[in-house]
Design a protein around this ligand. Structure first.
Ligand SMILES: O=P(O)(O)OC[C@H]1O[C@H](OP(=O)(O)OP(=O)(O)O)[C@H](O)[C@@H]1O
Ligand SMILES: O=c1cc[nH]c(=O)[nH]1
Ligand SMILES: [Mg+2]
Length: 213
């Protein structure tokens, strides 16, 4: 798995406000969308295009357009839903599939409670959205799921990643035969004893949807 940490002052600025415990839910949601749009620019570098000719008011121009089949964007519910709008704004023709996963806060093991994806993902480029890569269990299971369905190119977009989670993802996806890239705004210091990213931003799902603010 390739790792891309997006090093950009605007990303760092927005991420700092996102981390701030005083940032309320509406602002948190808006910043999440803005950050995803910035990360998506990097994350879609390998998106497949095909030559396409148009006529400008002055004459013919050869350009490109996205190649079929349409890319698939997969937010991991619940927190990943906060990233969907920011992604589809950049790629409005993408198809969207959903996976609902929750981490057991005692064992830190993920379980899947919902899934709505195309049955056959052969030849599809997939973009998995989840703000937090902590122990890595959730994202590893989601990537496996997509590859088992035939996806042949996977890009995961996270806002924050822990070194432990990146290492686990590398280990668990070692045998993957399709290209897989992780794009993140930052790699933080470590996980705490409860599996939370330090310094992180707390519980992303709660800050997006759970806590009034
Ligand atoms: O890397 P891991 O250790 O597996 O943890 C990361 C997962 O935890 C969070 O979701 P959570 O389980 O809290 O569900 P939620 O989105 O409904 O809040 C986060 O959005 C990831 O999906
Ligand atoms: O730091 C963390 C770890 C898992 N899930 C979160 O929302 N935050
Ligand atoms: Mg949560």
């Amino acid at each position: 798995m390739d790792l891309c940490t997006v090093d950009h002052p605007l990303v760092a600025h927005k991420l700092t406000t996102l981390r701030d415990e005083r940032t309320d839910s509406p602002t948190f949601r808006r910043l999440t969308e803005e950050l995803v749009t910035l990360l998506a620019y990097e994350a879609t570098r390998e998106i497949r295009v095909t030559p396409h000719q148009v006529t400008t008011p002055v004459g013919p121009a050869v350009g490109v357009r996205l190649a079929p089949p349409r890319p698939l964007v997969v937010p991991i519910l619940r927190a990943g839903l906060g990233m969907l709008e920011g992604m589809t704004r950049l790629m409005p023709t993408a198809e969207v599939g959903f996976v609902g996963m929750v981490r057991n806060e005692e064992t830190l093991e993920p379980s899947t409670y919902a899934e709505r994806l195309p049955d056959d993902l052969s030849g599809r480029q997939c973009y998995v959205l989840d703000p937090m890569l902590a122990t890595g269990g959730t994202l590893a299971a989601a990537v496996r799921f997509l590859v088992d369905r035939g996806a042949d190119h996977i890009t995961c977009i996270c806002l924050l990643a822990a070194p432990e989670g990146i290492a686990k993802l590398q280990r668990l996806l070692d045998d993957l035969e399709v290209p897989c890239t992780l794009v993140t705004a930052a790699v933080d210091e470590r996980l705490n004893e409860r599996g939370y990213i330090v310094p992180g931003l707390g519980d992303a799902g709660d800050r997006l949807y759970g806590v009034a603010g």
